[in-house]
Design a protein around this ligand. Structure first.
Ligand code: 13P
Ligand code: SF4
Length: 319
């Protein structure tokens, strides 16, 4: 604990010294979430992380999360330095959607509006008409459908399927998944619901359809937070990365949050739902990159103007 406190002090001092601001995702270690908030930064979902980084005056952004989040910040602020505690922190959705194959898929469907999830590489974004996150995907696809557009969706098949069921939009889909949310199990969730009959079920839409079907509220990480705040219940079962529980428990100490089961039964799988790439973010790595200025995110400058357009569209839509 002393070493942890010392690292936190060092990070606070370095952030000041370097005029840097810290932006953390809800899934990273609680220490990194708390530090971001204490030092004038932000902990939030991927949409608000992007907006905050773009709008903040600091010329150095420290992004605790995964690579696509750092890249999005860099695309929106190419002149800022964007540092990440670990540059190998990626995402199964990003890995599962290589740009060459994705481009070929787009070429097969030239009549469709290309909508990609933020969890993709800069190169994939540069092929898209729209970038969306899970907090705005439904509204954006609904608006595109109302405008008569047919959609090419990538890469998360569960989020895409959820949007298709909700909007009835004409969508062709890439076959990607989040390795964390894909593991939530409906059968075990039903059993857990029987054990906690008054609990409301909060589900991130990267989860499989049969899990989403059991939800009382479906939403992005900030959507889950808002539902926990607004719903008249004292017990919740939460189907998302368990990093989320820190914020939920801190903000709503009188409510009870239970992890949704990922495999087997709820008794044997207590903390399976944690993203291995989010877990690569730590205090020691963060202190080191702030000290040395290493681990700066690089995005090919030739890609930036094209990748920026669909992100700007999303930010304007949600402003
Ligand atoms: P949010 O946009 O809901 O924060 O989700 C990002 C993510 O990676 C979920 O797994
Ligand atoms: Fe990607 Fe899933 Fe990790 Fe989110 S939780 S960063 S979608 S692998």
């Amino acid at each position: 604990p002393t070493e942890r406190a010392a690292l936190k002090d060092r990070i606070r001092a370095l952030l000041k010294e370097k005029n840097a601001v810290m932006v953390s995702h809800f899934y990273v270690h609680p220490d990194l979430q708390d530090l971001a908030e204490e030092t004038g930064g932000l902990v939030s979902d991927s949409l608000e992380m992007a907006r905050f980084g773009r709008d903040h005056a600091a010329q150095t952004l420290v992004v605790s999360g995964v690579k696509f989040m750092g890249e999005t910040s860099k695309i929106l602020s190419p002149h800022k330095t964007v540092l990440m505690p670990d540059l190998d922190a990626t995402c199964s959705l990003d890995l599962g959607c290589p740009v060459d194959e994705f481009s070929a898929f787009c070429d097969q469907h030239p009549d469709r509006t290309v909508v990609v999830y933020a969890n993709t590489s800069a190169a994939v974004k540069a092929r898209a008409d729209w970038v969306v996150t899970s907090s705005c995907a439904l509204d954006i696809v609904r608006a595109l459908k109302a405008d008569g557009q047919k959609i090419l969706w990538a890469p998360d098949r569960h989020l895409g399927g959820y949007i298709q069921r909700e909007t009835g939009a004409d969508m062709v889909m890439w076959n990607g998944a989040c390795i964390v949310h894909d593991e939530f199990k409906a059968f075990e969730l039903e059993a857990l619901k029987r054990e906690h009959p008054l609990a409301k079920v909060l589900v991130h839409p990267e989860s499989p359809a049969d899990v989403v079907a059991l939800a009382d509220a479906v939403g992005s990480t900030s959507g889950i937070l808002n539902a926990a705040r607004d719903m008249d219940a004292s017990e919740f079962i939460v189907a998302t990365d368990n990093g989320m529980l820190h914020k939920l428990r801190t903000l709503f100490p009188h409510k009870r949050f239970i992890e949704a089961p990922t495999a087997g039964n709820s008794a044997t799988c207590k903390s399976c739902a944690h993203c291995p790439w989010m877990a690569m973010n730590g205090l020691a790595g963060l202190a080191q990159v702030l000290e040395s200025g290493s681990n700066a995110i690089h995005v090919d400058p030739a890609l930036i103007p094209r990748a920026r357009q669909p992100i700007d569209r999303m930010l304007a839509f949600t402003a």
